[in-house]
Design a protein around this ligand. Structure first.
Ligand code: SF4
Length: 350
């Protein structure tokens, strides 16, 4: 038996029953693949079902507001992926009459669809011979063929893609791809893979050279940047103030409270004395501080956000022009209608 046959035989016995398994609708495949790039299967399942029940096809997604799409996505992180989903749905509706393209060259030009997602859509939905190389496949291939260089280097990625293509069963690319992905997820796992009971063991270079735990190798990590946020939860009667974040660094188009960002960690007194604070609260005598939270640490991929939340009440009838011009004035109860970063969602829950 060749590698593909071994993997397929293993797959038929061990595969998990997942809601998107065997689906041939390219729209559903696309949604599931983008969600699974964000999260583990157990959490992704829930999001996938919510997403396709609210947006059962391209036109439902294209015609929704971006706020609604982001709200359903809330908690998954990487919000640019949700914005890209929405943008691409609109594009497909407008330029392809709502019909999913089935050519690699067309798919790869769509926002948010890279080599991996295009291959998944083409092989699962259209049975075209494209190898899918996700993290799981990367691991299986690099271990089996003994690729010791960092797999995140462009040349090494190319090499792994070629190896993946060489072992692809072109007659059944959908089953082959599902099988190797599942094999990486369940058998050839990152820590302590079950090599003793592995059907690929006799040909596996990493196993024979006793370097399984060292593969796949990665480039040294980028340094994490620390950022210091001060969010002001301003209360006036039953209302508060939020705005849509426009900055392109993180959380673009999500909603947030008035924010001051500082270059280092400042004490409350230093914050209240700062020029930025005085600009944000020109007439602070009309405000009362109700509570200041401990510093909350929030980890993103390359950033760590240190945040304090300041709960502040604004005099009942005082119309602070700065706030009314720059922020949306909403009822507390309405906050759940707006997509907010996980950091703010957690704060509100507590
Ligand atoms: S022998 Fe171990 S490292 Fe090699 S493919 Fe099997 S599980 Fe992965």
């Amino acid at each position: 038996m060749n590698i593909s046959e071994i993997l397929t035989e293993w797959y038929e016995i061990h595969k998990r029953n997942l809601p998107w398994r065997g689906i041939e609708n390219p729209y559903f495949i696309w949604i599931s693949e983008i969600i699974l790039q964000q999260t583990r299967v157990s959490q992704g399942w829930n999001y996938y079902e919510k997403f396709i029940s609210r947006f059962p096809d391209i036109s439902a997604l294209a015609n929704a507001s971006e706020d609604e799409v982001l709200l359903l996505w809330q908690g998954l992180g990487y919000y640019s992926r949700a914005r890209n989903l929405h943008h691409t749905a609109k594009h497909i509706l407008k330029y392809f009459n709502g019909i999913f393209p089935n050519r690699y060259e067309t798919l790869i030009k769509l926002k948010g669809i890279g080599e991996y997602t295009a291959a998944a859509i083409l092989s699962f939905a259209f049975k075209k011979p494209f190898p899918v190389v996700d993290g799981n496949v990367n691991r299986v291939i690099s271990r089996f063929f003994g690729v010791t260089e960092p797999v995140d280097l462009p040349d090494v990625r190319k090499k792994i893609y070629i190896l993946a293509k060489n072992i692809l069963n072109e007659k059944k690319p959908d089953i082959h791809n599902q099988a190797i992905m599942e094999f990486g997820a369940l058998q050839c796992v990152p820590q302590n893979p079950d090599c003793a009971n592995c059907p690929l063991q006799s040909g596996c270079v990493a196993f024979s050279k006793n370097c399984v735990e060292k593969i796949p190798a990665k480039k040294p990590k980028k340094e994490v940047e620390n950022r210091y946020f001060h969010y002001f939860f301003v209360k006036q009667n039953e209302k508060t103030f939020i705005r849509k974040r426009q900055e392109s660094d993180i959380w673009r188009n999500l909603y947030e409270f008035p924010l001051l960002e500082t270059e280092k960690n400042l004490s409350e007194t230093e914050i209240f004395d700062s020029q930025e604070f005085k600009k944000l609260f020109p007439d602070f005598s009309k405000f009362t501080i109700l509570n200041i939270s401990q510093i909350i640490e929030h980890q993103l991929t390359h950033q760590k956000i240190f945040t304090r939340f300041y709960e502040i009440s604004l005099s009942q009838n005082f119309a602070n022009s700065y706030f009314f011009e720059n922020f949306k004035n909403i009822d507390f109860a309405e906050i759940s209608d707006f997509a907010v970063p996980k950091l703010i969602e957690n704060y509100l829950k507590n």
